[in-house]
Ligand binder design. Structure first.
Ligand SMILES: C[S@@+](CC[C@H](N)C(=O)[O-])C[C@H]1O[C@@H](n2cnc3c(N)ncnc32)[C@H](O)[C@@H]1O
Length: 251
């Protein structure tokens, strides 16, 4: 599996999303993190990107995820990187209010998670609440519909549970309504295309080892999923967008 990941991601930072190490390094430089900063990662998964950022900035990091196994894997990862003193992970459902006080964090990130949440505007409001005045929010959404999509493509793209797609401008408006000013926004579909292509090629190259491990049905489902992501990305039908925002100064 490590070999498949290396071949798929190039620089493997333990991500379970479409974020590349290159992209994250650049975005993080704009979060203004210092060793005194408190960073929150919403939907951290097994904490690959979170430990990467904490390792770069030396800040403290808190991660939330619904999956107990992802949290356990994330704790093991933080310990193996000797970052367990700085990283704290807990299980939480992001469809509920965040278990933190007003202004508890200097920066918040959420990478390719919002498309799995039932009320994207509600989580953005929660981010605005827990962020300090001068804080920053880095969000990526791989579910922005920018072209015609069929019901079959929606089904194949939604194998990881509840998935919700939004029109262009939806997240920008939700940020604005929550009191967060958009500083930057960029199309990051190329990263999804690169990673999905890498994952598909690596999985097909190691099919003989993977299929007995995971079963033919799961192998096939993953193949169709990755092919769908590649096709939708190439056609410009489903886009992945990055948003960098900060609270408006108080009036
Ligand atoms: C595509 S993965 C991204 C993980 C991580 N951000 C990364 O970049 O590696 C999406 C994550 O969202 C989490 N997730 C989905 N629904 C959630 C919910 N309602 N509450 C908390 N986490 C959720 C999943 O468990 C999964 O770890």
């Amino acid at each position: 599996m490590q070999q498949v990941r290396r071949e798929a991601y190039g620089e493997d930072i333990g991500q379970h999303s479409w974020v590349t190490a290159e992209e994250l390094r650049e975005d993080v430089s704009r979060l203004g993190l210092s060793p005194a900063s408190r960073l929150l990662d919403l939907g951290c998964g097994p904490a690959g990107p979170l430990t990467f950022v904490v390792g770069l900035a030396g800040c403290r990091g808190t991660g939330l995820d619904l999956s107990a196994s992802a949290i356990a894997a994330g704790r093991a990862r933080a310990a193996s990187l000797r970052l367990d003193r700085l990283v704290s992970l807990r299980r939480a459902d992001l469809n509920e209010p965040l278990p933190f006080a007003v202004g508890a964090f200097d920066a918040v990130m959420s990478l390719d998670v919002i498309l799995h949440l039932r009320d994207p505007a509600a989580i953005i409001r929660e981010v605005a609440r827990v962020l300090t005045g001068g804080g920053r929010f880095l969000l990526t959404d791989a579910g922005v519909i920018t072209g015609p999509i069929s019901d079959e493509e929606v089904r194949l793209r939604s194998i990881h549970g509840y998935t919700r797609f939004v029109p262009p401008g939806f997240n920008e408006r939700a940020l604005e309504v929550a009191g967060l000013r958009l500083i930057d926004g960029e199309d990051r579909t190329a990263s999804a295309l690169k990673i999905a292509g890498g994952r598909l090629a690596a999985r097909l190259a190691h099919r003989a080892q993977l299929e007995p491990l995971e079963g033919s049905a799961r192998f096939e489902r993953q193949r169709q999923y990755l092919e769908t992501v590649i096709d939708l990305s190439r056609r410009g039908t489903l886009s992945r967008r990055m948003y960098l925002a900060e609270p408006y100064p108080p009036r």
